[in-house]
Design a protein around this ligand. Structure first.
Ligand SMILES: [Mg+2]
Length: 372
C-alpha cells in the first residue's frame, strides 16, 4: 500500500505506582505513537524507547528524530510498500531498532486492517490466550515487596519476575520464595547490573529454584555470559544482548543463554521478533515475551507474538491496569490468570480518540495531506 503520511504523536501517561529497575525509576511513561496514513485507512505503532538511553542506547527524542529525518522519508518516496519490505527499505540506517519497529508496526497494522487479518494469525499464533506474568520492580523494603507480590498473585498472575541489583537480590528472592512457596514460578532480571566477578554471589541464587536469571551482565558481554552459565545452575536468559535473530543464534551456540526474552522493539520489529522465535525454536531454546511498560497498542501486539508455539514460558504480558489506570486503548484485562489474544484485524485494538487527545503532548505529521 501507499504510505501517504506518518503522524508522530507523544502521549504522557502516569503510572499507577513507580516502577524501579537497576537503571532507574519510572513514575510516568512518555510514549511515541506512530500512525501510518494510507488511502485505504490507518495503522498504529507504539515505540518502546524510554526517555533516557538507560535500558539501551535508544531514547524517545532520538527515535522521533530518526523517524522524521531518516526512516519515514524513504517509505513515503515509494509508490507501494508492504510491511514485509519495511526492514529492507530501512536497512541503510544503522541501529535505531525501536524506531524502526514502531514504523513497521504501523505499516503492518494498516496492511492487516485493510485485509481484515488479525496480527496473531499473521504472526503464527497457536493459542487464543497466553499465560500472564508480571514484572515487579525494586521495592523500598522486603515487607513492601511481599505485599506487592501477594497482590499480583491474588489478581491471578501465573509468574513473578523480580527486578534485582547488587544489594537487592538474595534477600528479596529468599523472602518471596519463603512466603509464597516452592511452586511459585519465579525469576529475576538484573538489567545488566553485575559483572563476571559476581559469579560466586549470583550462584547463591541457585538455592531458590528460579526459572531463570535475566541479563546479569552488560549487553556486549555475550562471551562472559557463556562463562557465567558454566558457574550457575540457574538458567541464563538474555534480553538486552539479543538484538536480532543472528545475535540470538550466536548467543545460543556460544552457550551464553538457554532461554531468550523476545522484545519486538529491541530487535527491530515484530517480523524480526518472529525470526528470533523461529531460530530459538530450532535450537530447542524456550522463549518468552518481554515488556517495556507498553500502552495498549504494544501490549496487544505482544500478546499476538506470545501466542506463537516457541513461547513456552509466561511473559511480561500483564494487564493494562498493572501500569495504567487509563490506557489509550480499551484495557487489556486478565481472565483467570490468562490474557486473551486480541482477535480483531490488525493489532485488534485502537486508541480511544478522546483519551488519546487528552493524553497527547505533541503531534507532528511527516508527509502530505491524506484524501480518504
Ligand atoms: Mg529484562
Amino acid at each position: 500500500m501507499k504510505i501517504v503520511a506518518v503522524e508522530l504523536r507523544r502521549v504522557h501517561m502516569p503510572l499507577v505506582a513507580p516502577f524501579r529497575t537497576s537503571f532507574g525509576t519510572q513514575t510516568s511513561r512518555d510514549i511515541l505513537i506512530v500512525r501510518a496514513l494510507t488511502p485505504a485507512g490507518e495503522g498504529w505503532g507504539e515505540c518502546v524507547a524510554l526517555p533516557e538511553p538507560s535500558y539501551s542506547s535508544e531514547y524517545i527524542d532520538g527515535a522521533q528524530d530518526v523517524l522524521r529525518r531518516f526512516l519515514i522519508p524513504p517509505l513515503l518516496a515509494l509508490g507501494h510498500v508492504a510491511a514485509q519490505d519495511v526492514a529492507r527499505v530501512l536497512q541503510p540506517v544503522r541501529g535505531h531498532r525501536m524506531a524502526k519497529a514502531a514504523l513497521e508496526m504501523a505499516v503492518l497494522d494498516a496492511e492487516l486492517r485493510a485485509r481484515g487479518e488479525p496480527l496473531a494469525s499473521y504472526l503464527g499464533a497457536v493459542r487464543n490466550h497466553v499465560e500472564a506474568g508480571v514484572s515487579v520492580g525494586i521495592a523500598d523494603s522486603v515487607g513492601q515487596l511481599l505485599d506487592i507480590v501477594g497482590g499480583f498473585l491474588d489478581e491471578g498472575y501465573a509468574r513473578i519476575k523480580l527486578k534485582i541489583q547488587p544489594g537487592w537480590d538474595l534477600e528479596p528472592v529468599a523472602a518471596v520464595r519463603e512466603r509464597f512457596g516452592d511452586d511459585l514460578l519465579l525469576q529475576v532480571d538484573a538489567n545488566t547490573a553485575y559483572t563476571l566477578a559476581d559469579a560466586p554471589h549470583l550462584a547463591k541464587l541457585d538455592a531458590f529454584g528460579l526459572l531463570l536469571i535475566e541479563q546479569p551482565l552488560p549487553e556486549e558481554q555475550v562471551r562472559a555470559h557463556a562463562e557465567l552459565a558454566k558457574r550457575l545452575r540457574t538458567p541464563i536468559c538474555l534480553d538486552e544482548s539479543i538484538t536480532s535473530a543472528v545475535s540470538a543464534a550466536d548467543a545460543i551456540v556460544m552457550g551464553a543463554c538457554s532461554v531468550v526474552n523476545i522484545k519486538a522493539g529491541r530487535v527491530g520489529g515484530y517480523l524480526e521478533a518472529r525470526r528470533v522465535a523461529e531460530v530459538c525454536g530450532a535450537h530447542g531454546v524456550p522463549v518468552w515475551c518481554g515488556g517495556m511498560v507498553e500502552a495498549g497498542l504494544g501490549r496487544a501486539a505482544n500478546l499476538a507474538l506470545a501466542a506463537r508455539p516457541e513461547f513456552l514460558l509466561p511473559g511480561d504480558n500483564s494487564a493494562s491496569q498493572r501500569f495504567y489506570a487509563q490506557d489509550i486503548t480499551e484495557p487489556l484485562t486478565l481472565h483467570d490468570g490468562m490474557m486473551p489474544v486480541p482477535a480483531a484485524p490488525g493489532l485488534g485494538v485502537t486508541p480511544i480518540p478522546e483519551v488519546l487527545s487528552e493524553l497527547t503532548t505533541s503531534v507532528e505529521q511527516v508527509g502530505g495531506r491524506v484524501h480518504q
